[in-house]
Write a protein that binds this ligand. Structure first.
Ligand code: SAH
Length: 371
């Protein structure tokens, strides 16, 4: 794929401005919209299929629509997909990292992980983040803006188009806090799991949150079957405050109550993510406190050796300590996994590829793959 010059991008931005975002509309909404244009109802089904199954990036591709309708749609709506500007592929396990440029020039990153059970895409839900977690690179530049449903879908659609491989799983664990962009995120989930779209199974979707209590409760009431992962990272309110400023807003007990509510309403077991930070939250005493906190929960703990971020002084726990922490939790009967590191050679901590791209002169490691 040819690199796109800035000139066209500027044009693209003007082109998109003021136009309605047709890919964020659900099927009923699109039908209403198309009927309002005085078009036949069946046109909505054709357009929806182009947008969500054939993954068209322009109206020109919609060859079963009359040329006049294509032209009219192009004047009123935008349907561009995020533009891939960088693709890094791991030679170890085939994991790929993508940088996409949005129509307003913002860049976001996404990851494709290949597992035996299928291909999983990790998407960003915001450009930047305002949660401020101390060990995370995605939040260093603050929040630029929320992503629309179509921009979240676009990451999945582009990766499926570029690789020619079906995406079957999704994790919302890239840059951003999904529950800080609730309405767009929910629209995205409904479109992604729509049988008229990619029809990804709700059970193959995980949303990770730092713990926005009211929105965990709202999500619990949406009658979805997606998995909730809570970024816990500390066994006490005090320690959590040191690592995650969001803890100043919500009491740990309220966060856990909301998770319990999520389990009650959906029947889905909650995952607790716990990034092990050397000398901060990785002692056996921390493991004991953690077990006491979530022991009765029936949840599952995912240990993540913290990925060092150069702007922060945090270090990874040693392998021996990670193992000891895991064993201690297991002694309490807790189900624990250590997150397998995918794409070690292209990895960098969450948000680092985007960050290095935005800072001229700094380059991410890893091998560029063809786009
Ligand atoms: N905002 C969501 C998604 C964030 S990224 C959330 O807070 O859950 C997904 C996970 O990676 C979160 O658990 C996050 O805390 C964790 N994470 C971020 N930076 C990390 C790093 N440098 N090392 C290890 N885990 C990290």
């Amino acid at each position: 794929m040819e690199k796109t010059g800035i000139g066209r991008l500027e044009g693209q931005r003007e082109y998109d401005m003021g136009k309605k975002d047709i890919r964020s509309m659900d099927f009923a909404g699109l039908q209403t919209e198309i009927e309002r244009l005085g078009e036949k109802k069946f046109r909505a089904a054709q357009i929806y299929q182009w947008l969500h199954q054939k993954l068209a990036g322009s109206f020109d591709e919609m060859t079963n629509l009359p040329a006049s309708l294509r032209a009219r749609l192009g004047e009123m709506y935008q349907c561009t997909l995020p533009e891939p500007v960088r693709r890094l592929k791991s030679v170890i396990d085939g994991t790929e990292k993508y940088l996409f440029r949005l129509s307003d020039g913002n860049v976001i990153e996404s990851v494709l992980m290949r597992y035996h059970h299928g291909n999983s895409v990790c998407i960003s839900t915001q450009a930047g983040c305002r949660m401020g977690c101390r060990f995370c690179a995605s939040t260093l530049g603050g929040l630029s803006r929320n992503l629309s449903a179509s921009e979240m879908l676009g990451q999945v659609y582009q990766i499926q188009k570029i690789t020619g491989e079906r995406v079957s799983h999704l994790v919302a664990m890239g840059t951003g806090e999904p529950l800080d962009n609730y309405d767009n995120f929910l629209k995205f989930i409904r479109l992604l799991t729509d049988e008229k779209g990619l029809n990804i199974s709700q059970r193959n979707i995980t949303v990770s949150t730092c713990g926005i209590v009211e929105n965990i409760r709202r999500l619990a009431d949406e009658k979805l079957q997606i998995t909730l992962a809570l970024s816990l990272h500390a066994p006490t309110q005090e320690k959590r405050k040191e690592l995650m400023p969001v803890a100043f807003r919500y009491e740990l007990s309220d966060v856990l109550d909301a998770c319990r509510y999520y389990f009650q309403r959906t029947g889905r077991r909650v995952t607790f993510e716990y990034s092990l930070v050397g000398g901060v939250n990785d002692s056996l005493a921390d493991a004991d406190l953690l077990a006491a906190l979530i022991g009765g929960f029936g949840g599952h703990v995912n240990l993540i050796p913290v990925n060092p971020v150069k702007e922060r002084s945090y270090v990874q726990s040693r392998t021996r300590e990670v193992e000891a922490f895991k064993n201690r939790l297991e002694k309490y009967g807790i189900n624990v996994t250590i997150r397998r590191e995918m794409g070690r050679d292209i990895n960098g901590a969450c948000g680092q590829l985007r960050k290095s791209y935005m800072e001229p002169g700094v380059h991410a490691e890893g091998g560029d793959a063809a786009l």
